[in-house]
Design a protein around this ligand. Structure first.
Ligand code: G3I
Length: 359
């Protein structure tokens, strides 16, 4: 039975702002963000990223994924996306010709599936980490074309529907904007890039296909060359969907032109993502340096998220314990959001604030 007294009518009336939101929701004009699974999730990196509809990722190494509980605890609590740090590279997948080793790659994709994480595939066409049978095979152009097509069809096909984005082409440019010498470039020319994107698209039409590189975060000769290539590929109808800005920075080195540079790619209709973010510090890191690193993480992530079509940010690892940095840059390290004991560093807060529009 309806209550019709003025008192009850007053209590049942929907407040105007809520009514407006309800009407917009009903009309499909606005959508509510997905509900966080629990209250604490709202304060994790993935809680903020989910609320914004973007990815927060980490590169994952197979060793600690298999053996360190703290590693998977942090990974699964904080990140809604993963990238194989090495497991999907050619030397890992096909060390001997025709004999594939999917173990580590499958392990990561299965882990991601069971923890509601997306997977970025990394990487299909690269000058490095090629198996020796391929590097030293002295193949003809026709043979290389077939080998590359088979590799892409097999690998992308295997994970069809389970990888939301692929770094199809990695590090194809020199610093001056010329094309880098590689097995592919030297024998097949720049045409191999369009071919690779087309083959990948055929193998998984839903995956977003990226060209990925480092030192392209600023407006410079290298990013200009990539921009010109991207425009050309799009004009030719080649399935290129995104550009990955690796973002391996040195402390204080987030470029001033980064946001404007990302925006010009976004303005082409491409997704932009930070795909390998880390910020290295001369060791030992001081408190002031860790604070600067926090600012740098915030600035870098805001530079992406402030641009239309930013799909997300991936850090190249999660803990300083397993970072590639000290092994490559002697005297540098401490580049990631977690320290070697899995404690959150100031960088974690910087990244969190960069993801959280209300921070
Ligand atoms: O798998 C072998 C193992 O069998 C062997 O015993 C061991 C001995 O050194 O080496 C192992 O391979 C190493 C591999 O990582 C897996 O751990 C290689 O030596 C080592 O060079 C390789 O380093 C990787 C590097 O790419 C190779 O270029 C790093 O972990 C990885 O973080 C790094 O990632 C790249 C991105 O793919 C592209 N952008 C730059 C980024 C940083 O260099």
């Amino acid at each position: 039975m309806q209550h019709t007294t003025p008192h009850h009518r007053r209590r049942r009336r929907v407040p105007r702002p809520l009514f407006v939101v309800g009407a917009l929701l009903a009309a499909g004009i606005v959508a509510l963000p997905p509900l966080a699974p629990d209250a604490s999730a709202a304060t994790t990196l993935r809680g903020h990223a989910d609320a914004r509809g973007v990815r927060i990722g980490a590169a994952v190494a197979d060793g600690p994924l298999r053996s360190e509980a703290a590693y998977t605890t942090v990974l699964d609590r904080e990140f809604n996306s993963v990238t194989a740090e090495n497991a999907m590279k050619w030397d890992a997948l096909e060390p001997n010709r025709g004999s594939y080793n999917w173990g580590a790659a499958d392990r990561l994709v299965d882990h991601a599936t069971s923890h509601n994480q997306g997977v970025r595939g990394h990487t299909l066409v690269w000058y490095a980490q090629l198996p020796s049978w391929l590097k030293n095979g002295n193949f003809t152009a026709a043979q290389l074309n077939t080998i590359l097509q088979n590799h892409i069809s097999t690998t992308v096909g295997r994970y069809k529907g389970r990888i939301y984005a692929w770094d199809v082409v990695n590090e194809a440019f020199n610093e001056d904007g010329s094309m880098r010498s590689s097995v592919w470039q030297d024998k097949l020319g720049t045409a191999h890039i369009a071919s690779a994107l087309r083959w990948a698209h055929t193998a998984d039409p839903a995956a977003k296909l990226y060209i990925n590189d480092y030192n392209i975060e600023a407006d410079n000769a290298k990013s200009d060359a990539l921009y010109a290539l991207a425009r050309q590929l799009l004009a030719q109808g080649v399935p290129l969907h995104g550009v990955g800005f690796q973002s391996h920075f040195v402390l204080g080195g987030v470029p001033a032109s980064m946001k404007a540079n990302l925006k010009r790619f976004s303005d082409l209709g491409l997704e932009v993502s930070l795909t390998e973010l880390d910020i290295r510090i001369p060791l030992p890191a001081s408190g002031a340096e860790l604070a600067q690193q926090s600012t740098d993480y915030k600035t870098a992530s805001e530079n992406c998220l402030g641009v239309p079509r930013c799909a997300g940010v991936t850090a190249w690892g999660l803990t300083d314990k397993h970072s590639w940095v000290p092994g490559t840059f002697s005297g540098y390290g401490a580049a990631l959001p977690y320290n070697e004991g899995y404690g959150a560093k100031p960088a974690y807060t910087g990244l969190s604030n960069g993801l959280n529009p209300n921070a």
